[in-house]
Design a protein around this ligand. Sequence first.
Ligand SMILES: [Zn+2]
Ligand SMILES: [Zn+2]
Length: 78
Amino acid sequence: MEFECPLCNSLISVSESCPKCGGEMEDLGRVEDYFDPYNPYLDKDYVSMGESSHECIHLFSCPVCGYDTRIVVNQIPH
Ligand SMILES: [Zn+2]
Ligand SMILES: [Zn+2]
């Protein structure tokens, strides 16, 4: 069975409020698309764990204050 991320495929939208300023955070896409997998910025264990359990990790950023965070999205079978 194949799994896909509903957020990558625009099946859902996620609105997150910035914990710092309350602004609406923007989905910048998958973390894997932004960073080299060997980039020390990434916690490799966390990323590989997400892949094995059919999760997609998205990077969300606040356009107001620049705060960013990762949101774990559960992938769905299709
Ligand atoms: Zn995704
Ligand atoms: Zn903010």
